[in-house]
Write a new protein. Structure first.
Length: 222
């Protein structure tokens, strides 16, 4: 959790939203009161004492498909918040209204469409869950120690076979069908390799989230 706050905080600093002291206060607030909101969302922000240090209002959104232990729950979407004056309450209210939708939150965890994510959180995007379910693409670095061999490969194939969507895994331009163990093994993908996962079909968002979780697991048994 502290590492996630550090990462989000650094992005806030880079964007001129707040100074380092505000980022430090985000951790202080977390120890006093958790900012986990449910539905896999955490919204860390600074203490009231540090509110005046905020340079301009803004948020930083980071996706953690594999999840981060946030005390009361697991956070998959971490939204760092910095706001001037009463804008703090307005932002919280605006995003809380959107993020109370569990299905929508699950899509926000993994969507590769930054413009859509921004539009949903800012309220400028009409939310069409069916349209988002048509498919998606995620590029990630394999964290699983076994890569795409042994148990992880088997789990991906079993998942793809059970899914109503088509799963395609791409490494260095080479494509593998997710429901074929020989095809997946032929990629020769190991820990640290970058792959692109493409999923299309009626349950694409759920399938994508599950595949990403397998590839992002820090232990082979997860």
């Amino acid at each position: 959790m502290d590492e996630a706050i550090d990462f989000v905080g650094q992005k806030m600093i880079e964007r001129g939203l707040a100074p380092m002291s505000y980022v430090d206060s985000m951790k202080v607030r977390e120890r006093a009161t958790s900012t986990f909101l449910g539905n896999g969302v955490a919204m860390p922000h600074g203490t009231l004492e540090e509110k005046d240090s905020v340079m301009r209002t803004g948020i930083v959104v980071v996706q953690y498909p594999e999840g981060v232990d946030w005390g009361p729950g697991t956070a998959h979407l971490v939204i760092g918040l910095a706001a001037n004056g009463d804008e703090h309450v307005q932002l919280l209210s605006q995003m809380a209204e959107v993020l109370q939708d569990e299905e929508l939150c699950e899509q926000l965890w993994v969507t590769p469409d930054a413009a859509w994510l921004h539009g949903v959180l800012s309220g400028s995007e009409d939310i069409d869950l069916d349209a988002q379910g048509d498919g998606g693409q995620v590029t990630l670095e394999i964290a699983n120690p076994a890569g795409l061999h042994a148990r992880p490969a088997t789990k991906v194939v079993e998942l793809a076979k059970a899914s109503s969507s088509d799963v395609l895994i791409i490494k260095d331009g080479k494509e593998a069908k997710g429901d074929s163990i020989m095809s997946v093994l032929a990629l020769g993908a190991t820990q640290g390799d970058t792959v692109t996962v493409e999923v299309s079909g009626p349950d694409s968002e759920q399938t994508m989230a599950a595949v990403v979780e397998i590839l992002s697991a820090s232990e082979e048994g997860e």
